[in-house]
Design a protein around this ligand. Structure first.
Ligand code: FES
Length: 390
């Protein structure tokens, strides 16, 4: 039956919204930097091909389009002359950070008639998980960010190990790589991370949708396999003589550890899941690893890796020791570096797919259907999103 779902498509044209989303999907919150990287001076951000800047004013962070409407100079070269505003470096046009209204044109005096006649586009900005999140939409009221974040990260205390890294390559390749079933079995077989977290190999994976996530559910596992005429191949590293014991709920990703109660409560049907607008979630028994693939433009993305350990108080210390001492290098470094490399060298379709690529197809379908729903909602509100297939 699986072959029936894999028609061997040669390009992305069956998913026109996905195909059109070179520079990302609009209508979402994206993490752009760490909170402590934003101060009283503008910080330039490129997101979904748009130039903007973020700036902190009396504790709160604001976002604004980074092009002065006067003569097109980046506003991010400017600074704050008055509280709650930013002034362009060139002629001193001064914009209200909250509303975007031109509050003053310093070089034309306090009575300048241009004031009140120009409004600079602003962006909704929030701070979560120690990071700054920017909403890129089409004029609609954004959904609350907490409805977009992975559910378990809202309202549960967690210690976080994080990494934000600019990377080459289209964001879709990064997302597809993250969720790609086959590469976990093969590309990462040499990653040192697997000394600690062996990766079983599966066939007959099935993808199930629950809420806004799709999950890989492994139906059958093979640790060693005979390939007729080729000999024997094992997904296990040389250091593992036997497969680890099964654990409940989260597949066979680790041995015998007790499952953290926050993670157990989620009852994930599979250990690897993905959701819009390109968020990967890998649940281990005692922590969860997330990857947010943030489109900078069609050719670059931000890799945002977050490792969340749901514990509190003094028990957070061992986490930091472990993260800084080993995990940061092994996982966010070497393992993830293999992914970085593949995203750089993957080519755009045409492509020829095989059985494990069902994970890619189901992700593309999720993106396609979700986008269709969103555009319908915008049209109902009388908003006119640019034709995404144009
Ligand atoms: Fe910005 Fe003139 S270009 S004030």
């Amino acid at each position: 039956h699986r072959e029936g779902r894999l028609p061997g498509r040669q390009d992305w044209s069956s998913w026109p919204h996905y195909q059109a989303a070179d520079a990302g999907f609009r209508g979402y919150w994206y993490p752009v930097c760490f909170s402590n990287q934003v101060g009283e001076k503008p910080r330039k951000v490129r997101l979904l091909g748009e130039e903007l800047f973020v700036i902190r004013d009396r504790g709160r962070i604001f976002g604004m389009k980074d092009r002065c409407p006067h003569r097109g100079v980046p506003l991010s070269y400017g600074n704050k002359q008055f509280p709650g505003t930013v002034s362009c470096v060139y002629h001193g046009w001064t914009f209200d950070l909250e509303t975007g209204d031109l509050a003053a044109a310093i070089t034309d005096g306090p009575e300048s008639p241009i004031c009140g006649k120009v409004t600079q586009p602003t962006y909704d900005v929030e701070e979560r998980l120690g990071m700054v999140w920017v909403y890129v939409g089409d004029g609609e009221e954004p959904d609350p960010i907490d409805e977009q974040l992975p559910e378990e990260l809202v309202g549960n205390a967690a210690v976080l190990g994080q990494r934000i890294q600019p990377r080459e390559g289209n964001w879709r390749f990064a997302c597809e790589n993250g969720y790609d079933e086959g590469h976990a079995k093969y590309l990462h077989r040499t990653a040192l991370w697997r000394l600690f977290k062996p990766m079983p190999v599966w066939n007959k994976t099935k993808i199930v949708k629950r809420g806004r996530w799709i999950y890989r559910v492994q139906e059958q596992q093979f640790w060693e396999a005979d390939f007729p005429g080729l000999g024997r191949w094992s997904g296990l590293g040389w250091w593992k003589a036997r497969p680890p014991k099964e654990t409940k709920n989260i597949g066979n990703t680790s041995s015998h550890r007790e499952v953290n109660p926050v993670i157990a409560a989620q009852e994930f049907p599979g250990f690897a899941s993905v959701s819009m607008p390109g968020v990967l979630r890998i649940a281990y028994p005692t922590f969860i690893h997330y990857e947010f693939y943030v489109p900078v433009d069609a050719d670059q993305h931000l890799y945002v890796g977050v490792l969340a350990d749901f514990r509190q108080g003094a028990r957070t210390l061992p986490f930091y020791a472990k993260y800084l001492g080993a995990v940061r290098w092994l996982f966010h470094g070497q393992f993830s570096g293999q992914d970085k490399w593949m995203v750089e060298v993957t080519d755009a379709p045409p492509e020829k797919l095989y059985r494990p690529d069902d994970s890619l197809l189901q992700w593309r379908k999720l993106a396609e259907d979700t986008t269709e729903d969103r555009l319908d909602r915008l049209r109902e509100q009388g908003l006119d999103p640019a034709d995404p297939t144009a």
